[in-house]
Design a protein around this ligand. Sequence first.
Ligand code: X5A
Ligand code: ZN
Length: 676
Amino acid sequence: MASSGTALIYDEEMTRYKLLWDDPVCNIEVPERLTVSYAALQEHGLAQRCVSLPVRQATDKEILLAHSEEYLEAVKKTPGMTLEELIEFTKQYGDVYFHPNIYHCAKMAVGATLQLVDNVMNGKVRNGMALVRPPGHHSQRSAANGFCVFNNVAIAALYAKKHFNLNRVLIVDWDVHHGQGIQYCFEEDPSVLYFSWHRYEHQKFWPNLQESDYDTVGKGKGAGFNVNLPWNKVGMENSDFLSVFFHVLLPIAYEFSPELVFVSAGFDSAIGDPEGHMCATPEVFAHLTHLLMSLAGGKLCVILEGGYNLKSLAQSVCQTVQTLLGDPAPLLPGLCGPCESAAESIQNVRAAQQQYWGCFKHSSVEPVLEPRTKCHRTEEGEKVVEGAVQIETVSKEIQEKSWPEPPPRIAPPARTAVALPGGVEDSLPKSCLRVSAAPLTQEQAACGIRDFSPKALEDERILHSLGNVFSLLDKIVKKEVRNGMAVVPEVLVTAACTVQHALTSLSTSDCRVLLVLVGEGEVPVELTDDGKLLLVQVCSKEPEDRKSKFHVPVCLKSSGDTAGFLHAVLGLLLPVAYEYSPGLVLAVLGENCSIGPAAWAQLVSLLQGLAQGQILALVQQGSEADNIRAAVTSLLGDPCPPLGPLGAALLENGQALERDRQNLQTHWGMLQTKKS
Ligand code: X5A
Ligand code: ZN
């Protein structure tokens, strides 16, 4: 049995320290960061749905996994210090403050993180979030830094390796600052892959390190296992963040195939944050979370780092936890591809990582555009560049930025409805709703389709199965169920009829159907330029002509190429699909399709980030029972079995994919991986 449930770890004790003196750099790190986040989770009924786990204090031994004895002993003395002594002690480190109770809280922050690891690894929960203070990712072996005392996530990764014998751990640091402490800890360690994006501005932004740039890739055996994506401009939007996921992080992460995933979850990347000055909306964190939940069999530990705009912090935390709980992802309209500066960073990091990762093997080698930035470092970093008064004005403006409150994410009363021929039925989970409707008449089935092989519609089996499929679709559109699945006799004809029926049942505002077909043959639908249908077909046939931008053929020879398939999904299908922003997804598995049940499950899982999870899967009758099971379990929200470490795509497939991506880039901005 796959584990289920989401843990939430929080303890008020971690609010009981604060800045005791005047310091314009540190005054944003306040206890309210935790209280507002937790209150918002309660207010939205999310905290109540989580398994609440008690916090514990980390032991010395655990802290020493990532820190020196000297440093631990020094921090141990802080509870007994006077105010003057604390101020003096603080001065040896950068951008951090101490308080008589911070050592106690720091031990709890580490302990909370370890509790989460234990419970996820023991299978008591599937995933979870720890709301902690102080944060951790800047702290180093012998130094506090950037509001951080102990490196919660680095310690937890080492702990997980040690206690659960893990060989591959992924850390995704979506905080707006570079977690240099984590980078240093795992620089030479190929078993921990560290990814970070961060505000950089060619080294003008704190912590102003040369080693935060894209060309720091790890050392020795760890080369290729450190991935830095610098933001050289502020104001990055959802499109920029998602582009980096599709074209940098996810391909590497899938190839790596982690056994456990950590998120260093700083919400200072979100809109309104006085540190980040970025424009990601809270909803984007639902998608970042969702995309990571398909890795490592769903074992995902999210640990709070930064986030200083209390409103966007609380909203973003809610989006994240609600996604961990499995609620449908919010719509993310208006995606258009990375801005020029983001595209340049994406291109540069892909070039820097190309020799280490098969997923970049076939992308054309381009020289890195800008020579690496010269050191702009000043003694005081940005403080010298901008006066304190100016900082305050900018920060006011940023914090007063307004954005709409994320709409509620309502899950339909039932998750999955199925229509299956007898036989397959028995082996499926009881939790899905069975649908059995009356057969359609030929007129109903055709519903306006012209040039339609009337022969097909004389077939009673087809009319019967269409009755079921239409009924599933109606339930999805009416939001009685979230998704559905049917095994059908003629998958291509059925898909065509279903598209037509969907287009007549969807409201005008979300009248966009994404049809993803994995398999050979032609769907008898008309592809018009009005954009009401986007067809993505993954098959072995070389496409003769692309009919319009809404027809995306993906050519994959040799269906055993799992890496090629996955690269097509991450690098082509998902970016286009997200930009299209469908109101409904049809995922169709055709005849003799041997991408394998695990890859098919991944596809179905990833597609659920679209259209608020409204997806109907159709599988050709006669397809292996494993494919049917894979689709149903994925629709039900069970974690996908990992695909295992992948290599490069087959040469032919990799090249075709790269070509397709190039050709489509003019129409779909989300496919861009280079500065134009
Ligand atoms: C955890 C975190 C930020 C420190 C900023 C110092 N730290 N200028 O977000
Ligand atoms: Zn931060």
